[in-house]
Write a protein that binds this ligand. Structure first.
Ligand code: GTS
Length: 218
Protein backbone atom coordinates (compact mmCIF):
# COMPACT_ATOMS: atom_id res chain seq x y z
CA UNK A 1 0.00 0.00 0.00
CA UNK A 2 1.09 3.58 -0.60
CA UNK A 3 0.10 6.67 1.35
CA UNK A 4 0.40 10.01 -0.40
CA UNK A 5 0.87 12.57 2.33
CA UNK A 6 2.61 15.62 3.69
CA UNK A 7 4.46 14.39 6.74
CA UNK A 8 3.62 17.20 9.18
CA UNK A 9 0.07 17.82 7.93
CA UNK A 10 -2.75 17.52 10.47
CA UNK A 11 -4.98 15.41 8.19
CA UNK A 12 -2.15 13.06 7.20
CA UNK A 13 -1.41 12.78 10.95
CA UNK A 14 -4.81 11.11 11.39
CA UNK A 15 -3.90 8.29 9.05
CA UNK A 16 -0.39 7.95 10.47
CA UNK A 17 -1.90 7.57 13.96
CA UNK A 18 -4.42 5.01 12.68
CA UNK A 19 -1.64 3.04 10.97
CA UNK A 20 0.36 2.91 14.20
CA UNK A 21 -2.69 2.00 16.29
CA UNK A 22 -3.26 -0.94 13.89
CA UNK A 23 0.45 -1.79 13.72
CA UNK A 24 0.42 -1.52 9.93
CA UNK A 25 3.35 0.88 9.49
CA UNK A 26 5.58 -1.71 7.84
CA UNK A 27 2.95 -2.39 5.16
CA UNK A 28 2.93 1.11 3.69
CA UNK A 29 5.24 3.23 1.66
CA UNK A 30 4.91 7.01 2.05
CA UNK A 31 5.01 9.31 -0.95
CA UNK A 32 5.40 13.01 -0.16
CA UNK A 33 3.21 15.41 -2.14
CA UNK A 34 4.45 18.97 -1.68
CA UNK A 35 1.51 21.14 -0.65
CA UNK A 36 3.50 24.36 -0.67
CA UNK A 37 4.41 23.77 -4.30
CA UNK A 38 0.75 23.01 -5.06
CA UNK A 39 1.52 19.46 -6.22
CA UNK A 40 -1.87 18.37 -4.84
CA UNK A 41 -3.65 20.59 -7.39
CA UNK A 42 -1.78 19.17 -10.40
CA UNK A 43 -3.44 16.88 -12.93
CA UNK A 44 -1.58 13.69 -12.02
CA UNK A 45 -2.53 14.03 -8.37
CA UNK A 46 -6.12 15.08 -9.14
CA UNK A 47 -6.43 11.84 -11.09
CA UNK A 48 -5.78 10.03 -7.78
CA UNK A 49 -8.07 12.26 -5.68
CA UNK A 50 -10.55 14.56 -7.40
CA UNK A 51 -10.71 16.74 -4.26
CA UNK A 52 -7.00 17.57 -4.45
CA UNK A 53 -6.30 16.86 -0.79
CA UNK A 54 -4.05 14.61 1.24
CA UNK A 55 -3.82 11.91 2.42
CA UNK A 56 -4.67 9.30 -0.20
CA UNK A 57 -4.26 5.55 0.20
CA UNK A 58 -3.34 3.51 -2.88
CA UNK A 59 -4.03 -0.20 -2.63
CA UNK A 60 -1.81 -2.76 -4.34
CA UNK A 61 -4.49 -3.25 -7.01
CA UNK A 62 -4.33 0.45 -7.92
CA UNK A 63 -7.51 1.53 -6.10
CA UNK A 64 -7.32 5.00 -4.53
CA UNK A 65 -9.10 5.77 -1.26
CA UNK A 66 -9.21 9.40 -0.13
CA UNK A 67 -10.76 10.99 3.00
CA UNK A 68 -9.22 10.28 6.39
CA UNK A 69 -12.39 8.66 7.69
CA UNK A 70 -12.63 6.28 4.75
CA UNK A 71 -8.94 5.40 4.93
CA UNK A 72 -9.19 4.79 8.67
CA UNK A 73 -12.23 2.56 8.19
CA UNK A 74 -10.35 0.56 5.56
CA UNK A 75 -7.26 0.12 7.75
CA UNK A 76 -9.32 -0.64 10.83
CA UNK A 77 -11.22 -3.48 9.23
CA UNK A 78 -8.32 -5.06 7.30
CA UNK A 79 -7.67 -7.59 10.07
CA UNK A 80 -11.37 -8.20 10.70
CA UNK A 81 -11.20 -6.75 14.21
CA UNK A 82 -12.22 -3.12 14.27
CA UNK A 83 -10.76 -1.23 17.22
CA UNK A 84 -10.97 2.37 16.01
CA UNK A 85 -14.31 2.58 14.21
CA UNK A 86 -16.55 0.54 16.50
CA UNK A 87 -17.44 -3.10 16.88
CA UNK A 88 -21.19 -2.74 17.37
CA UNK A 89 -23.80 -0.75 15.44
CA UNK A 90 -24.15 1.62 18.42
CA UNK A 91 -20.42 2.25 18.71
CA UNK A 92 -20.02 2.63 14.96
CA UNK A 93 -22.79 5.23 14.94
CA UNK A 94 -21.41 7.19 17.88
CA UNK A 95 -17.84 7.14 16.60
CA UNK A 96 -18.91 8.23 13.12
CA UNK A 97 -21.04 11.05 14.56
CA UNK A 98 -18.33 12.35 16.89
CA UNK A 99 -15.64 12.13 14.23
CA UNK A 100 -17.81 14.07 11.78
CA UNK A 101 -18.56 16.60 14.49
CA UNK A 102 -14.82 16.96 15.19
CA UNK A 103 -14.28 17.69 11.49
CA UNK A 104 -17.15 20.16 11.20
CA UNK A 105 -16.68 22.02 14.46
CA UNK A 106 -12.91 21.89 14.87
CA UNK A 107 -10.50 20.48 12.30
CA UNK A 108 -12.14 21.66 9.07
CA UNK A 109 -12.91 25.03 10.68
CA UNK A 110 -9.24 25.53 11.57
CA UNK A 111 -8.24 24.45 8.09
CA UNK A 112 -10.59 27.07 6.60
CA UNK A 113 -9.16 29.69 8.96
CA UNK A 114 -5.65 28.74 7.81
CA UNK A 115 -6.51 28.90 4.10
CA UNK A 116 -8.62 32.08 4.27
CA UNK A 117 -7.35 34.30 7.06
CA UNK A 118 -3.62 33.54 7.10
CA UNK A 119 -1.10 33.30 4.22
CA UNK A 120 -1.98 29.59 4.16
CA UNK A 121 0.05 27.67 1.60
CA UNK A 122 1.22 30.86 -0.12
CA UNK A 123 -0.08 33.02 -2.97
CA UNK A 124 0.53 30.46 -5.71
CA UNK A 125 -1.74 27.90 -4.02
CA UNK A 126 -4.29 30.12 -2.22
CA UNK A 127 -5.98 31.53 -5.29
CA UNK A 128 -9.17 32.57 -3.46
CA UNK A 129 -9.21 33.87 0.10
CA UNK A 130 -12.00 35.39 2.18
CA UNK A 131 -10.52 36.64 5.44
CA UNK A 132 -13.88 37.39 7.08
CA UNK A 133 -15.04 33.82 6.42
CA UNK A 134 -11.73 32.56 7.77
CA UNK A 135 -12.10 34.52 11.03
CA UNK A 136 -15.63 33.15 11.45
CA UNK A 137 -14.21 29.66 11.08
CA UNK A 138 -11.55 30.39 13.72
CA UNK A 139 -14.30 31.48 16.11
CA UNK A 140 -16.29 28.35 15.24
CA UNK A 141 -13.24 26.23 16.10
CA UNK A 142 -12.85 27.98 19.46
CA UNK A 143 -16.49 27.21 20.19
CA UNK A 144 -15.80 23.63 19.09
CA UNK A 145 -12.99 23.41 21.64
CA UNK A 146 -15.45 24.36 24.38
CA UNK A 147 -17.86 21.70 23.10
CA UNK A 148 -15.22 18.95 23.19
CA UNK A 149 -14.11 20.18 26.62
CA UNK A 150 -17.67 19.63 27.86
CA UNK A 151 -17.73 16.15 26.28
CA UNK A 152 -14.43 15.21 27.90
CA UNK A 153 -15.59 16.44 31.29
CA UNK A 154 -18.12 13.59 31.34
CA UNK A 155 -16.20 10.80 29.56
CA UNK A 156 -12.60 9.70 29.08
CA UNK A 157 -12.64 9.66 25.28
CA UNK A 158 -14.41 11.64 22.58
CA UNK A 159 -16.93 8.92 21.68
CA UNK A 160 -17.21 7.22 25.09
CA UNK A 161 -14.97 5.03 27.21
CA UNK A 162 -12.50 3.82 24.57
CA UNK A 163 -10.00 5.44 22.22
CA UNK A 164 -11.41 5.68 18.67
CA UNK A 165 -11.28 7.41 15.31
CA UNK A 166 -13.16 10.31 16.92
CA UNK A 167 -10.22 10.94 19.26
CA UNK A 168 -7.88 10.83 16.27
CA UNK A 169 -9.96 13.51 14.52
CA UNK A 170 -9.85 15.82 17.55
CA UNK A 171 -6.10 15.17 17.83
CA UNK A 172 -5.80 16.29 14.18
CA UNK A 173 -7.75 19.42 15.09
CA UNK A 174 -5.41 20.27 17.95
CA UNK A 175 -2.34 19.58 15.79
CA UNK A 176 -3.71 22.11 13.28
CA UNK A 177 -4.60 24.52 16.12
CA UNK A 178 -0.98 24.43 17.30
CA UNK A 179 0.31 25.03 13.76
CA UNK A 180 -1.84 28.15 13.38
CA UNK A 181 -1.10 29.22 16.96
CA UNK A 182 -4.66 28.93 18.19
CA UNK A 183 -4.19 27.56 21.71
CA UNK A 184 -6.86 25.63 23.57
CA UNK A 185 -8.41 28.20 25.95
CA UNK A 186 -7.15 27.91 29.54
CA UNK A 187 -10.64 27.25 30.84
CA UNK A 188 -10.93 24.09 28.67
CA UNK A 189 -9.15 22.03 31.32
CA UNK A 190 -10.67 18.67 30.40
CA UNK A 191 -9.68 19.10 26.74
CA UNK A 192 -6.17 20.12 27.76
CA UNK A 193 -5.79 17.13 30.11
CA UNK A 194 -7.11 14.75 27.43
CA UNK A 195 -4.69 16.28 24.89
CA UNK A 196 -1.75 15.78 27.27
CA UNK A 197 -2.78 12.11 27.62
CA UNK A 198 -3.14 11.71 23.86
CA UNK A 199 0.31 13.20 23.23
CA UNK A 200 1.74 10.35 25.32
CA UNK A 201 0.26 7.63 23.11
CA UNK A 202 3.06 6.09 21.03
CA UNK A 203 0.94 6.36 17.85
CA UNK A 204 0.67 10.12 18.35
CA UNK A 205 4.14 10.73 19.72
CA UNK A 206 5.97 8.82 16.98
CA UNK A 207 3.82 9.76 13.99
CA UNK A 208 6.63 11.59 12.20
CA UNK A 209 9.14 8.79 12.71
CA UNK A 210 7.34 6.59 10.17
CA UNK A 211 9.18 8.10 7.23
CA UNK A 212 11.92 10.64 6.85
CA UNK A 213 10.27 13.88 5.75
CA UNK A 214 11.90 15.03 2.53
CA UNK A 215 10.70 18.54 3.15
CA UNK A 216 10.32 20.59 6.30
CA UNK A 217 6.98 22.36 6.13
CA UNK A 218 5.90 24.50 9.04
N1 GTS B 1 -11.79 15.86 4.02
C1 GTS B 1 -10.40 15.57 3.72
C2 GTS B 1 -9.93 14.38 4.54
O1 GTS B 1 -10.51 14.12 5.60
O2 GTS B 1 -9.01 13.65 4.12
C3 GTS B 1 -9.57 16.83 3.99
C4 GTS B 1 -8.10 16.62 3.70
C5 GTS B 1 -7.28 17.89 3.77
O3 GTS B 1 -7.80 19.03 3.84
N2 GTS B 1 -5.97 17.69 3.74
C6 GTS B 1 -5.03 18.79 3.74
C7 GTS B 1 -4.86 19.31 2.34
O4 GTS B 1 -4.74 18.53 1.41
C8 GTS B 1 -3.67 18.24 4.19
S1 GTS B 1 -2.93 19.12 5.57
O5 GTS B 1 -3.38 20.52 5.47
O6 GTS B 1 -3.40 18.49 6.79
O7 GTS B 1 -1.49 18.97 5.43
N3 GTS B 1 -4.80 20.64 2.22
C9 GTS B 1 -4.47 21.29 0.99
C10 GTS B 1 -5.50 22.20 0.47
O8 GTS B 1 -5.17 22.93 -0.49
O9 GTS B 1 -6.64 22.21 0.98
Amino acid sequence: MKIYDWPTGPYPARVRIALAEKNLQSRVQFVTVNLRKGEHKMADFLAKNYSGTLPVLELDDGTFIAECTAITEYLDTLDGAATLTGGTPRDKGLIHMMSKRAELELLDAISLYFHHATPGLGPDVEIYQNAEWGIRQRDKALKGMHYFDAVLKRQRFVAGDAFSMADITVIGGLIFAALVKLPVPAECEALQAWDARMQQRPSVKNRLAMSAPTDAPD
